[in-house]
Structure formats: C-alpha cells, structure tokens
Design a protein around this ligand. Structure first.
Ligand code: APR
Length: 250
C-alpha cells in the first residue's frame, strides 16, 4: 500500500537512488538466484560456474552457461518495473540507478548511466590481457542451459574471452562501487527493489543511505525484517513501482 507520506517524500526529493536485484528482472522471465524452483542455482553449483577458478578449470561449461543466460536476456523484454524506473527520471531532479543485475533491461527501458556493480553479460573481455570483446547481439543458436560452448579467443593474445561479470571472490569494479556508494550516501530517497540483500558489499548500500538520513523503501513480494526507520512495499516490482509513480505524480 503506497502511503501518501511516501508519495509526498518522492515529490519533494532532490536525489533518488534506485537499487535493483534479480527480482527487478523476474517479471521479464529472467530467473533469480535464490528463489526456490526457478532459482538459477537450483540447476547449477555456483562454485562450478561463477568463480575465476571454475572458468579456468572448465571454460566451455562456464561460457555455455553465461551464453545461455545472455541469450535469455536477448529474448527477454523490460517489464513494468524497468519502465517505471525509467519514467521516474522525468519526475525527479536527480535519479541514480544502481543494479546488481548483469542484464541490460534497465538500459533497454530507457534508464541511462546505469551503475552495474556486478558487471554485465554484454561486456566480455580477455581473461589474460583484459581486452574488451564484442559479442553478436543476436544468436540463431539458443544454447540449452548447461550446454558446453568453447569461449572465443582474444585477437591480441589468444587468451580465452570470459564473461564481463563479477565472480564470487572478485572485487567489484572500483568506479562502479565508489560512484554507487557516493550516490547512496548523498540521496534522500533510496528504493531497494527485488534483492534478497544477501550479497555484500552491494547489500551495504541501503544501510549507508539510511545512515545518511535517506528514506529507505524495500520493494519485494516476500516480506523480510527491516528496521523501524525503513519502509516496506510488499508486492511485485512492476505493480509497486507503477503504483508509487501514480500515487506520487498522477
Ligand atoms: N518483484 C520484486 N522482487 C522479486 C520479484 C518481483 N517480481 N520476484 C522475486 N523477487 C525477490 C525475491 O523475493 C528475492 O528477495 O527478488 C529477490 C531476488 O534475490 P536473489 O535471487 O538473491 O538476487 P539478488 O538479491 O539480486 O542477488 C544478489 O547475488 O548471486 C549473486 O551476483 C549475484 O547479483 C547477484 C547477487
């Protein structure tokens, strides 16, 4: 239920941060990581796929999984949450979108300068020399999940091309983290949408915003514990974000 005070806060805000997790893309058909039944991890062992060691041990299995995920994103469409977040930027003086997601659905809905804390499926690079690699945006062969695909080779050093995502045990991109942290500490409204808040340091951002006096709102169909100073809008991201914009801006 969108309270009038929350809508009022949004109307008066100078700087909103929208912080998204896999739940923001769930209604586009992209499985989340930890939801039972659909969670991506249910079918794969994370240690098998999302670490530098795993890639070096079995590049084809790892690359095949990420190509399957990339193709699912190519086939997907932004949902109402992505569109409402893009729409929000027209109503507030400043909006910063920070995402843990590695898809490009925010950008395809119209959001600009999206901060990707965990990288992107669309920015692969050479695992040895770091040279960026461009992948075709369409693929006639939709790899089934779990199919092995030999990764491409770097045209300069012949090293394997790796997914442009942050793997477990790796540092977040320095600039993404510092810009995201500054936005969290400088905003007056922080909307945390579709994240379980399990993975740090990303999960620290709502706490930093709260510590700097922002109004923090969690949007999730699954209720979880929050502090008394935070707000919770229980429901799917597309429904809650569209209601919030309607209540605040008509
Ligand atoms: N709208 C909003 N939230 C939703 C929806 C929806 N339609 N459907 C599911 N959710 C919520 C779930 O209740 C859950 O709290 O989205 C959250 C998804 O949580 P995770 O699967 O843990 O995804 P996320 O929080 O983004 O994970 C963070 O962990 O594995 C790493 O790098 C990976 O970026 C990822 C990070």
């Amino acid at each position: 239920m969108i309270t009038s005070s929350l809508a009022e806060r949004l109307r008066k805000t100078q700087h909103v941060v929208v912080f998204t997790g896999a739940g923001a893309s769930a209604e586009s058909g992209i499985p989340t990581f930890r939801d039972a039944l659909t969670g991506l991890w249910e079918r794969f062992d994370p240690a098998q796929l999302a670490t530098p060691e795993a890639f070096r041990a079995d590049p084809s299995l790892c690359w095949g999984w990420y190509e399957w995920r990339r193709n699912r994103v190519i086939q997907a469409q932004p949902n109402g949450a992505h569109r409402a977040i893009a729409e929000l930027s027209k109503h507030v003086p400043k909006l910063t979108v920070i995402t843990q997601n590695v898809d490009d659905l925010h950008e395809r809905a119209g959001s600009q300068d999206v901060i990707h804390l965990h990288g992107s499926l669309h920015s692969p690079r050479c695992i040895d020399c770091g040279l960026a690699f461009t992948l075709p945006l369409t693929s006639d062969v939709l790899p089934e999940d779990g199919r092995r695909i030999e990764p491409p080779r770097c045209c300069v050093c012949n090293g394997y091309v790796r997914p442009g995502v942050v793997w477990f045990g790796e540092m977040l991109p320095e600039d993404a983290w510092s810009v995201g942290l500054a936005a969290a500490e400088g905003c007056d409204v922080f909307l945390s949408i579709g994240t379980s808040g399990f993975v740090y340091p990303a999960a620290e951002l709502p706490l930093r915003a709260l510590g700097h006096g922002a109004t923090v709102v969690h949007i999730n169909p699954v209720r979880f514990d929050i502090s008394s100073q935070e707000h919770f809008l229980q429901g799917p991201a597309s429904v809650m974000m569209q209601s919030l914009l309607r209540e605040a801006f008509g």
